[in-house]
Design a protein around this ligand. Structure first.
Ligand code: HEM
Length: 279
């Protein structure tokens, strides 16, 4: 039983109820109008046919809201961060634009440059993948994992961990480990290029396989990781195919970038100006 004392508490409760009711309406609509043969199953239709979920609308709503929040806030932070790193790093922006112009924006004069963007071409944007990874390394949108527990008592690297202990992985710290990353605070997409010296640790070794884990790993690995990369490539390509961005305040370029991730209660504001361009 919850007690809601303040005006904000009551507003929160109203909002939660409004969102849940809206989801329930979608569930009822889908029950009344199931997908037709040949239509691709989406999350909702899978849950409505699942023996554990199909009779429990509250849990279906929980799952849909988890997907929505896990998928929207993370992608928003990632795409915003990439855009800002492109403004702050002229050399990275130039290389990315070269890749896009030579591999994606290949349509004839006058045609929409994006008309030639296909799923296959997205797979080939190797420099873009490095920019995406480096943005996730420097500023993982999810800074900490949720709580994990072992089913049995364990000793890891000499540390005793009881069954009752809560374990949280600090992804941000993992990504800034100076033993794993050369110049760990710099934005250097080449860290993900096997040909680059930045691919190795400062002592010239291969990096630890878990040194970069923005999507966590194992059974808890993010289900939307591939989708998130596709969205970033589509959204950023779409934006830079028509617009050139700069900071509204030119001094911003020389300031350290304000962190943007999903754990911030108050999201930082960085104002950008966009100018229409023909590429
Ligand atoms: C760059 C974007 C994203 C990042 C960095 C990210 C990161 C993560 C991480 C670290 C976890 C593990 C959390 C934990 O177990 O402690 C996770 C779980 C999850 N992610 Fe993502 N994610 C991203 C995009 C997405 C997208 C696009 C979707 C869905 C379309 C999604 C859906 C989920 C779901 C459903 C879970 C499981 C949540 C749970 O266990 O309750 N994520 N994600």
């Amino acid at each position: 039983m919850f007690a809601y004392y303040t005006k904000e508490d009551r507003e929160l409760l109203r909002n939660v109820k409004a969102v849940r009711d809206y989801c329930k309406q979608i569930i009822n609509d889908r029950r009344a109008n199931p997908l037709k043969d040949g239509e691709t199953a989406d999350l909702l239709s899978i849950l409505l046919e699942d023996e554990v979920y199909h009779n429990n609308d509250e849990v279906i709503v929980d799952e849909c809201i988890t997907f929505f929040l896990a998928g929207s806030q993370t992608v928003k932070a990632t795409d915003g961060n990439i855009l800002i790193h492109l403004i702050m790093n002229d050399d990275v922006r130039a290389k990315l634009m070269n890749e896009l112009k030579s591999q994606v924006f290949t349509s004839a004069n006058g045609e929409d440059p994006l008309s030639s963007l296909t799923y296959e071409k997205i797979q080939d944007l190797s420099y873009f993948s490095m920019v995406f990874n480096e943005s996730l390394r420097l500023e993982p949108p999810v800074i900490f994992s949720g709580v994990m527990k072992f089913t049995e008592q364990q000793t890891l690297e000499g540390v005793n961990i009881a069954r009752t202990d809560n374990i949280i992985v600090n992804l941000h710290q993992l990504h800034h480990d100076p033993d794993q990353w050369i110049d760990s605070e710099r934005f250097l997409p080449e860290r993900f290029d096997p040909e680059s010296k930045y691919y190795l640790t400062p002592s010239g070794q291969r990096r630890h396989p878990l040194a970069f884990s923005p999507f966590l790993g194992g059974k808890r690995i993010c289900i939307g990781k591939t989708f998130a990369e596709i969205v970033a490539k589509l959204v950023i390509s779409g934006l830079v195919s028509r617009l050139e961005f700069e900071f509204a305040d030119p001094k911003q370029k020389f300031e350290p970038k304000i962190l943007l991730n999903v754990d911030q209660i108050v999201q930082p504001k960085i104002m950008l100006k966009a100018k229409a361009v023909k590429i």
